[in-house]
Design a binder for this molecule. Structure first.
Ligand code: ACO
Length: 421
């Protein structure tokens, strides 16, 4: 007989089935809890709550393991291209040469954005944060591609995926060009997916653009490392918005907003701002370590700690090495990298951080690479969104294919009882 968990309440014992994943993770299936007992669970921040069963990404935070569809992040970031990883996440297996050729061709054919979208972009002030711009423009895609909202049509959904994979990098590059005050670039079909991103972001109007191998390799790695991370805040947002049968673009637009916050993807911007502030303040890392530990001080060591990793974030290890390599290959000596390494060393030996299992996360070193590539700080979270797009798409598609019910948590009401007016 399969295992169960017993709950005794009001002298009655109830049994709930245990479900087990392919990596032996176990969970209590409480679907019938309220109907049987009248009780609900209370779990702020969903620290113990599984919202779905998923076959996309496996993460073991205690051991620092991250795999997409069974492949380790170390292997994928070393041996695959971002577009292959996107295909893997979305469709479940690595593409054959024919499949990737078709995928690239379809993306290339859709790599154009309606000229009127430029008018929307133009109406934003130059000071607008590019994450807000990206979220708005992604939402605007709905108006320009209305068929993509039919969530019951498999064909429409594939088309929506292609459209988003094709147009999103253009919007990202336009957000950057707006920040920099540069003319907008379009896709070049002779380049591969990541080369094309580099071209759209960096090509100057008065110069030919030859993609640099260092830049393209670094971007490829960073995008792969950010491509999915199971049920994090933005991905859960994408799934929950999509669970109301909202379309893919609307769901992803909401995910971008969720990613923006400094406790999530916005941390990569916050890390560089913190490192710059420490440098400006004389580089005294000990002072900032003390602030991070002081419970009266709201300051936190940005880029440290993670809801699920209680060990090294495996992505941080890879990015730290890549940061060293990129800076060396580009001949850049960035004092901020030394401050970051100093902070990491102190934190890893400090009882406060050791006891709380606070390790560097993916955002701690990624900004140093973006900076070296000439990407402005306020664009860092946009780069994260660019990498996360295939993960959001894959999670949204899985949610739709599993026909998951609308996401709708309950609450424990603590307000006034009925009172007369
Ligand atoms: N600096 C100092 N103390 C910290 C930090 C930090 N970066 N992170 C956690 N702590 C402390 C908390 O104060 C708390 O201490 P206490 O037990 O004495 O009260 C303890 O460690 C546990 O922290 P929580 O906030 O309860 O952990 P939670 O899982 O809710 O938060 C989070 C995780 C949000 C990532 C947190 O570690 C944090 O704020 N880090 C800094 C921001 C950051 O880098 N975010 C990016 C995350 S990765 C990503 O989203 C891509």
């Amino acid at each position: 007989m399969s295992e169960t968990v017993k709950l005794t309440y009001n002298n009655t014992t109830y049994e709930f089935p245990l479900i087990e994943g392919t990596e032996n993770e176990k969970g209590i299936d409480i679907k019938t809890l309220r109907a049987l007992t009248g009780l609900i669970t209370y779990d702020p921040g969903y620290k113990n709550t599984g919202s779905c069963q998923s076959s996309i990404t496996f993460l073991n935070g205690e051991e620092g393991v991250l795999r997409y569809r069974g492949y380790s992040i170390e292997d994928l970031s070393e041996k695959s291209s971002f577009i292959e990883v996107a295909f893997l996440l979305i469709f479940g297996s690595l593409p054959t040469p024919e499949e990737i050729e078709k995928f690239n061709r379809e993306i290339s054919q859709s790599s154009i954005v309606d000229e009127d979208v430029k008018t929307i972009l133009k109406s934003f002030p130059k000071s607008a944060h590019p994450m807000g711009v990206l979220s708005s423009l992604t939402s605007a895609l709905i108006a320009f591609n209305p068929s993509s909202v039919d969530v019951d049509s498999e064909e429409d959904m594939r088309e929506a995926i292609i459209i988003l994979m094709a147009k999103f990098p253009i919007l990202v590059s336009w957000a950057l060009r707006k920040v920099k005050g540069l003319p907008l670039n379009y896709s070049n079909p002779t380049l591969n997916y990541v080369e094309n991103i580099a071209q759209m972001m960096f090509k100057q109007p008065h110069q030919d653009y030859v993609p640099s191998k260092v830049v393209v390799d670094a971007l490829n790695k960073l995008l792969i490392l950010h491509a999915d991370h199971e049920q994090n805040c933005s991905t859960s947002t994408v799934r929950i918005v999509g669970s109301s049968h909202a379309g893919l673009f609307a769901s992803v637009s909401a995910g971008i907003s969720a990613l923006w916050g400094p406790l999530h993807g916005g941390a990569n911007q916050a890390v560089i701002e913190m490192l710059e502030a420490i440098q400006k303040d004389g580089g005294d890392t000990k002072k900032y370590m003390a602030k991070a530990k002081d419970k009266e001080d709201p300051f936190r060591l940005m880029g440290f700690g993670h809801r699920v990793y209680k060990n090294f974030d495996p992505r941080a290890r890879i990015i730290k090495k890549a940061a060293d390599e990129v800076l060396q290959e580009l001949g850049i000596n960035d004092p901020i990298l030394e401050i970051a390494k100093g902070l990491e060393k102190e934190a890893l030996n400090d009882p406060y951080f050791v006891e709380r299992k606070l390790y560097p996360n993916v955002d701690f070193y990624s900004g140093i690479i973006y900076r070296a590539l000439g990407i402005p700080t306020e664009m860092f979270t946009v780069m994260f969104a660019l990498g996360r797009l295939p993960g959001w798409i894959a999670q949204w598609l899985e949610m739709r294919k599993n026909n998951e019910p609308i996401g709708r948590p309950r609450q424990i009401y603590t307000g006034e009882n009925h009172r007369a007016l």
